[in-house]
Design a protein around this ligand. Structure first.
Ligand code: BGC
Length: 395
């Protein structure tokens, strides 16, 4: 079924919802219980022989996304422009080989991947917790980035397709062993991607641990609302619902200061073209070679974790609009500064400088070392829960 749900599929909805809630009942291959709105195909084979799958999920409006259980990577997301033309608006590759190539691993842009156990940087690759020092991989200069050498972006997740009242999607689970990548505690993680008929992509994160550990999960899709491979994103208009951001030092670690965006190139409280100020002579922009900063999302109070609008992006050319809502306190706006044209994407075009942007909902970078930032420590008995919703429309 290409363009939506069939009647038989709707009738099956309840039982499939039941299966999604009871994954043990789903058969190993996932094939038997795959709803009509989710199609599974082979995506490639890992060097150790394990098969990797690709899941294609469509909604009733023709919006479709493809997700692989390798790294939980969103490899493709097709949405209509103002004329109704579908384009793929995320950067990525058409086969597993693209994500395993040496060139990809060297530049390591984390296209479309699930990020964990700790999204963003931890200074010096080290932190202290309950009187013990933990050492992590320094995989980004002197710092730890996005979970280490083999973060959640490079592991094989268990995948269960589902369809329920809100839409259809994929539930991914992964158990990160105690000590994996240097982190304490066995962490059970569940991430659910749901594509709704309102053209929303909802991402729900859950985790529990056996020992106290930092956890900061996010999604690392690079968007280009003009279509992947169509050039840079400098004409995209961005609004970020943040009066403050966290400035960074020379190695992109927050200095600890929470700074007002007023009168700086970081003021996106009104929609502004990304390119308008990105090359300003501003120390923060020079350090990151553009935007690569955590914004403090405006909230009713410090403890408010309701779903609020964090950012809105629009592309005047295609008319596509993307809104990002989240329960998280922060959002990293990364303007693709490290993309340099060495990688060629699925459409055959090189991904040049600033050819995609990421909006990563998160707790602030380096929180395990910054006592004044909201805590990222998950304790045994507690459940980490987080939700981010990307909504696609046109204007
Ligand atoms: C970071 C960038 C980094 C990119 C790819 C982003 O989340 O903020 O500094 O280059 O991920 O690794």
């Amino acid at each position: 079924m290409k363009w939506g749900m069939s009647f038989s599929c709707l009738a099956l909805g309840a039982s499939l919802g039941f299966l999604a809630a009871n994954p043990a009942l789903a058969d190993d291959s996932g094939a038997m219980n795959t709803p009509d709105s989710v199609e599974r195909s082979a995506f490639g084979t890992l060097p150790d022989g394990r098969r990797v799958d690709l899941y294609r999920i469509v909604n009733g409006n023709g919006v479709e996304m493809e997700v692989t259980n390798y790294g939980g990577i969103i490899t493709s997301l097709k949405t209509p422009d103002a004329q109704g033309r579908l384009d793929d608006i995320v950067l990525g590759f058409g086969s597993l080989d693209g994500y395993l190539s040496d060139a990809y691993r060297q530049s390591n842009p984390y296209f479309g991947a699930l990020i964990g156990r700790y999204g963003n940087r931890i200074a010096g690759g080290t932190f202290e917790l309950n009187g013990k020092t933990y050492d992590l991989a320094k995989n980004d200069g002197p710092n730890h980035l996005h979970g280490g050498d083999k973060g959640f972006n490079r592991v094989l997740w268990n995948a269960t397709p589902f369809e329920n009242d809100s839409g259809s999607g994929l539930m991914l689970t992964y158990t990160s062993a105690d000590g994996e990548e240097g982190y304490p505690g066995k962490l059970d993680v569940e991430v659910t991607y749901t594509l709704t008929d309102n053209n929303e992509l909802a991402i729900d994160y859950k985790a529990t641990t056996t020992r106290a550990t930092p956890v900061n999960l996010t999604q690392h899709s690079y968007f280009n609302l003009g279509g992947e491979g169509s050039g840079d994103i400098l004409d995209h208009q961005v609004m970020i619902n943040a009066d403050e951001f966290t400035p960074i030092n020379e190695t992109l670690i927050p200095t600890g200061e929470i700074k007002s965006v007023k009168g700086t190139p970081f003021d996106f409280t009104k929609a502004t073209a990304i390119g308008e100020r990105i090359n300003d002579d501003n120390q923060q922009l020079v350090r990151a070679r553009g935007y690569d900063h955590n914004f403090v999302i405006d909230r009713a109070s410090a403890t408010d974790d309701t779903l609020v609008l964090a950012a809105r992006v629009s592309d005047p050319e295609s008319g596509r609009v993307m809104e990002v809502a989240t329960t998280e306190p922060g959002i990293q706006f990364y303007s693709g500064n490290f993309l340099d044209g060495t990688l060629t994407g699925k459409g055959g075009n090189a991904y040049g400088h600033r050819s995609g942007l990421a909006l990563e909902t998160q707790h602030y970078p380096d929180s395990p070392n910054q006592a004044d930032f909201p805590s990222t420590i998950l304790k045994p008995g507690d459940t980490y829960q987080s939700r981010t919703v990307y909504t696609f429309s046109t204007e």
